[in-house]
Design a protein around this ligand. Structure first.
Ligand code: TUI
Length: 311
């Protein structure tokens, strides 16, 4: 019923990917999303290769269905993670926060599907030329590390330029967002924040509750002048970042208050000084559901919406 280029390529039931969120997207979450018919994704973030290996092995025990690994190309462990992903022959690799470079060719030779996150049309065209199987176009409504363009502007422009399937990300958390993404020409959607607030997600309850209680204007972008802008829910940490920005502080001052902050939020539930990376769509999320309920609402809901619109 939902078969399209993305479900065929990834051998999944519904054209939905769960965003690779550092510290959040572990084997439990990825396994639950894959078991529910989407593509679950483990996020390597800044973790070393041993952690990635053990989560990939754990996911293989939780699900027999395909799942992916998101490799953050700014990670200090990037090379060892890329190597372990090759050895483990993870079915799908998503790269973010930079270019997969020569690894793309290596993974393609191993028959691994490669899907880079692209912040622009020129980057997407380059990835297509290098052999990417699909691209994820992530607008800056997304949480975490973001690019310059919005989902609404980026997706149709990339769709018009490339011949490979496009997956829309950023600002999508319900059936309306997914239907809009399909109308922009996307063949699939990637959803992050909504899956963070799922029953199977191990993120601290304080973090989930903070998303549930947040309003449309509660996320802010920090670190624009560091060259690595990050979207997160406003708190004491983002206020400190703002002060540093105003005085034009050097990068190491941002690093010293930001170090470990994402882990503190996700694992320890520090909602005051932790980094609450989450998308602008947080204000829409009101309830913790199972991954299966989320996928059903977003994908079956989007298809019904499109069908009723055609009548
Ligand atoms: O990667 C993300 N979002 C992330 S990664 C992350 S982990 C982190 N932890 C602490 C501090 C900072 C980050 C949190 N959120 N999204 C995918 C994404 N990729 N957004 C933008 C890009 C991107 C940007 C530039 C992809 C490629 C790119 O290439 C530029 C070039 O020309 O090489």
């Amino acid at each position: 019923m939902h078969r399209n280029q993305i479900t065929e390529l990834l051998k999944i039931e519904y054209p939905i990917l769960q965003g690779g969120m550092a510290w959040v997207s572990d084997a439990d979450l990825a396994g639950a999303v894959s078991n529910a018919g989407g593509l679950g994704i483990i996020a390597a973030g800044n973790a070393p290769a041993e952690w990635v290996k053990s989560e990939v092995e754990k996911a293989k025990k939780i699900t027999e269905k395909p799942f992916g690994l998101n490799i953050m190309m700014m990670s200090p462990f990037k090379d060892e993670v890329c190597k372990i992903a090759t050895e483990l022959e993870v079915p799908v690799i998503i790269t973010g926060a930079g270019s997969p470079g020569n690894y793309l060719e290596i993974w393609k030779k191993r028959n691994i599907k490669v899907i880079p996150v692209c912040p622009s049309t020129s980057f997407a065209l380059r990835m297509e030329r290098y052999g990417a199987d699909a691209v994820i176009c992530e607008g800056n409504e997304a949480g975490g590390h973001i690019g310059q363009l919005t989902t609404m502007s980026l997706v149709p422009q990339v769709v018009d330029e490339v011949n490979i399937p496009v997956i829309a990300a950023g600002g999508i958390a319900d059936k309306r967002g997914a239907a809009a993404a399909f109308m922009l020409g996307a063949s699939g959607v990637q959803v992050g924040t909504r899956f963070l607030v799922s029953k199977e997600c191990n993120a601290h309850q304080n973090f989930k509750n903070k998303i549930i209680s947040s309003k449309d204007i509660h996320t802010v972008v920090s670190g624009i002048n560091t060259g690595h802008p990050v979207r997160s829910i406003k708190n004491s940490l983002t206020n400190k970042f703002k002060k540093l920005e105003r005085k034009g502080a050097p990068m190491d001052e941002f690093d010293s208050i930001g170090r470990g902050a994402l882990r503190n939020a996700v694992v320890d539930g520090d909602i005051k000084n932790g980094s609450l990376m989450a998308g602008q769509i947080s204000g829409l999320i009101k309830k913790e559901l199972t991954c299966s309920e989320i996928i059903d609402e977003i994908i079956n809901g989007a298809y019904s919406l499109i069908e009723s619109f055609n009548k």
